[in-house]
Design a protein around this ligand. Structure first.
Ligand SMILES: NC(=O)c1ccc[n+]([C@@H]2O[C@H](COP(=O)([O-])OP(=O)(O)OC[C@H]3O[C@@H](n4cnc5c(N)ncnc54)[C@H](OP(=O)(O)O)[C@@H]3O)[C@@H](O)[C@H]2O)c1
Length: 323
C-alpha cells in the first residue's frame, strides 16, 4: 500500500480508503444491501492487513450500526493509532426538531454519539455530509472549530456541495481564524465527471485532499451494463445517479481496456481516478474479498495516456445529482 498526505496537511493516509457504508445491520437505516457484522468483519480485517488504514463511515450509515461495527473492528484487529478514522454529520438521526442538520446543537451532540459508537475519544477527520441551508455556515464552522479545540477531532472535512459554498466556508474559516476544511469527499468517477468543472480546480488551488465517493459508480463500472447484483437491486440512491444513454459507452471502454490488460474492470476504473493528481484516495465500497484485492492492485496499475483518452472520450455532460 502507498501512503500520501491528505491535501496540504501532514496527515498520512492510505491511497485506498475503505468505505464503511458497506457494513451495517441491513434492517437498520437505508442500505438493506449492507453486510451484517459477521460478514463485514473478515473484509475489514483483510483491508487492514493489506495496509488500508483510512476508514470512512458516517453517523447515518445503517443508523449508527456502521460506526458500531467499525469501532469493534478497530479494537479487535488493529490499534486506534494505526488507523485514520473519518466519520460524518448532517443526516437525520432522530425525528423531530434538532434531529439532523448542522446546528451547533446537532454537530456537537452527533460528535459525542459517534465517539460512543466508535468507542474512541477522537476522530481523525470529521466531515459535514452535506451543506445545511437552514443553519448559518458561521454557526457550523464555529462548532466544528470548537470540536477540534476540544481534542475530539483532529481535522475537518466536507462532502458534496456547490463549489461556491465550499469556497465561502474556506474563506470564512480563514478570516475568523477557525480550523479550515482539509478535504472534500465528492462524487467523482468515470461516469460522473462534473466535479472537474469547479470543485476539483478549487481543491487543487486550496490544497484540499480529494477523497471521491462511489469511485466505481456503485459497481456500474465493474460489470456489464445489464448485469445486476443484490446491492444494485436494492440501492435506491444509486439508482438515481447514472443514466444509461451516455454511460453504457464508457462502461464498454472500461471493459475493452481491462480485457487488453487482462485485469478486472474495477482496477482500470480505480487506476483512472488514482492517476488524477488532485485525488488523494478513492473511498472504495467492498462486499467481497476479491473487491479488496482489486482496489489494492489498482494502486500499482499505471494507465497510458492513450488508454486514459479512450476511457474519457465518450463522456457527455450530466445533470447535477447526488446532493
Ligand atoms: N459522502 C457521501 O455522500 C457518500 C455517498 C456514497 C458513498 N460514500 C462513501 O463512499 C464509500 C464507497 O461508496 P460505494 O460503495 O458507492 O463505492 P463504489 O466503490 O463505487 O461501489 C462499491 C460497489 O461496487 C462493486 N465493486 C466494488 N469493487 C468491485 C470489484 N473489484 N469487482 C466488482 N465489483 C466491485 C460492489 O457492488 P456489489 O456489492 O453490487 O457487488 C460494491 O458494493 C461508502 O462506503 C461511503 O464511505 C459517501
Amino acid at each position: 500500500m502507498e501512503y500520501v498526505r491528505l491535501g496540504a496537511t501532514g496527515l498520512e493516509v492510505s491511497r485506498i480508503c475503505l468505505g464503511m457504508m458497506s457494513f451495517g445491520e441491513p434492517d437498520r437505516g437505508m442500505t438493506p444491501w449492507s453486510l451484517p457484522e459477521d460478514e463485514a468483519r473478515p473484509l475489514i480485517r483483510k483491508a487492514l492487513e493489506a495496509g488500508v488504514t483510512f476508514l470512512d463511515t458516517a453517523n447515518v450509515y445503517s443508523a449508527g450500526s456502521s460506526e458500531e461495527i467499525t469501532g469493534r473492528a478497530i479494537r479487535e484487529f488493529t490499534t486506534r493509532d494505526d488507523v485514520v478514522l473519518a466519520t460524518k454529520v448532517h443526516g437525520r438521526m432522530r425525528p423531530g426538531p434538532n434531529g439532523g442538520g448542522l446546528s451547533r446543537v446537532a454537530v456537537l451532540r452527533e460528535l459525542e454519539a459517534s465517539l460512543r459508537r466508535l468507542q474512541v475519544d477522537h476522530v481523525d477527520l470529521y466531515q459535514i455530509h452535506r451543506w445545511d441551508p437552514a443553519t448559518p455556515i458561521e454557526e457550523t464552522l464555529e462548532a466544528l472549530d470548537s470540536a477540534v479545540r476540544s481534542g475530539k477531532v483532529r481535522y475537518l472535512g466536507a462532502s458534496s456541495m456547490w463549489a461556491w459554498q465550499f469556497a465561502k466556508a474556506l474563506h470564512l474559516a480563514g478570516e475568523r481564524g477557525w480550523h479550515r476544511f482539509v478535504s472534500m469527499q465528492d462524487h467523482y468517477n468515470l461516469l460522473n465527471r462534473e466535479e472537474e468543472r469547479e470543485m476539483l480546480p478549487l481543491c487543487a488551488d486550496q490544497g484540499i485532499g480529494v477523497i471521491p465517493w462511489s469511485p466505481l459508480a456503485r459497481g456500474r463500472l465493474t460489470r456489464d451494463w445489464d448485469e445486476t447484483t443484490h446491492r444494485s437491486e436494492n440501492d435506491a440512491f444509486g439508482g438515481r445517479l447514472y443514466d444509461e444513454a451516455s454511460d453504457r459507452a464508457i462502461v464498454e471502454r472500461v471493459t475493452e481496456v481491462a480485457r487488453e490488460r487482462g485485469v478486472p474492470r474495477a482496477r482500470v476504473a480505480l487506476a483512472w481516478l488514482l492517476a488524477k493528481p488532485v485525488v488523494t484516495a478513492p473511498i472504495v465500497g467492498v462486499t467481497r474479498a476479491a473487491h479488496l484485492d482489486d482496489a489494492v492492485a489498482a494502486v500499482d496499475l499505471r494507465l497510458t495516456d492513450e488508454e486514459v483518452t479512450r476511457l474519457e472520450e465518450p463522456y457527455r455532460p450530466h445533470a447535477v445529482v447526488g446532493f
